[in-house]
Design a protein around this ligand. Structure first.
Ligand code: NDP
Length: 279
């Protein structure tokens, strides 16, 4: 499953929408990025996201906060951005550091600006299949499944990993599409046996080649969201390829979809808010 070309197409469509919006309303979509501290990986991620915004005709406003920022100060910043009509989407780069209550910070993001899909309200919307923004990587995974016409109804979907930004929400999105869902995690005792039953497998762990090809059910659809040092996924790609019907490579599968969904959701958020301002 070719995430690179699907992401490219999605970004092109998004850029066209942003340009049309700017032409009609005189306003370009604007994403605010918030970073606490100077963790080099986080600095790189934010820079990448802002560069991709610029290429797609989306403005960005960066707020760099010192590592000593308290949870209360971070919440104040996010609340101000939530109230600012010139900002349409908000991205809090995480992890924010051990001294920050991240959940409390995420909840300070207005749901209509939660283009990274991190608030509890967005999680509920994913769970209930209601309008709202998806967490970006899960949203990207669902777009890949749609693109390849993967029928999910009644299929056994196994999600390995249950993080708040990836495993849990992707499971909810699969359930909302009528898959029969099993979550696995670090305390799961019989991972191989469960993986062997998966019609659709999502690996979202962060352990290189944890899922062995011999455990893939013949004909299964395999989504490898893992991204480990050395560009290695959570699935042993070469052996899994011989059994899977469809599989995402690493890199070039799920990875490129994440930023593409972030951009698409930022433009969608701007469109929703501009309609309210200029009915
Ligand atoms: P987390 O570390 O937050 O979560 C990992 C999950 O895997 C946890 O639920 C953990 O279980 C589970 N787990 C750990 N070890 C095992 C094991 N041996 N067997 C079964 N489950 C296990 O990671 P993320 O969800 O943030 O990321 C997962 C992977 O996805 C990483 O490789 C990351 O780099 C990648 N990623 C890629 C993105 C992209 O493509 N753009 C975006 C985000 C992440 P427990 O809950 O019990 O601890």
């Amino acid at each position: 499953m070719d995430g690179t070309s699907l992401a490219k197409r999605l970004v092109e469509e998004t850029a066209a929408k942003a340009a049309e919006m700017a032409r009609r309303t005189g306003t370009s979509p604007c994403l605010a990025t918030v970073l606490v501290g100077e963790d080099p990986a986080s600095v790189t991620y934010v820079r990448m996201k802002r560069a991709r915004c610029a290429k797609a005709g989306i403005q960005s406003r960066h707020i760099a906060l010192p590592a000593t920022t308290t949870t209360a100060e971070l919440i104040d910043t996010l609340a101000e951005l939530s109230d600012d009509p010139d900002v349409h989407g908000i991205l809090l780069q995480h992890p924010c550091g051990p001294h920050i209550d991240e959940r409390a910070a995420f909840e300070a993001i207005a749901p209509e600006k939660d283009v990274d899909g991190v608030t509890m309200r967005s999680f509920a919307a994913m769970s209930f299949a209601l309008p709202g923004f998806a967490s970006c990587t899960p949203g990207g995974i669902m777009r890949l499944l749609e693109e390849y016409n993967v029928d999910l109804a009644g299929k056994h979907a196994v999600v390995v990993g249950r993080s708040a930004i990836l495993g849990k929400p992707v499971g909810m999105l699969l359930l909302a599409r009528d898959a029969t869902l099993t979550y696995c995690h670090s305390r799961t005792t019989d991972l191989s046996e469960i993986v062997r039953e998966a019609d659709v497998l999502v690996a979202a762990v962060g352990q290189p080649r944890l899922i062995r090809g011999e455990d893939i059910k013949p004909g299964a659809v395999v989504i490898d969201a893992g991204y480990n040092p050395g560009n290695v996924g959570d699935v042993d790609f070469d052996t899994a390829l011989t059994r899977a019907r469809l599989i995402t490579p690493v890199p070039g599968g799920v990875g490129p979809m994440t930023i593409a969904v972030l951009l698409a959701q930022t433009v969608a958020a701007a469109a929703n808010q501009l309609v309210l301002q200029h009915p």
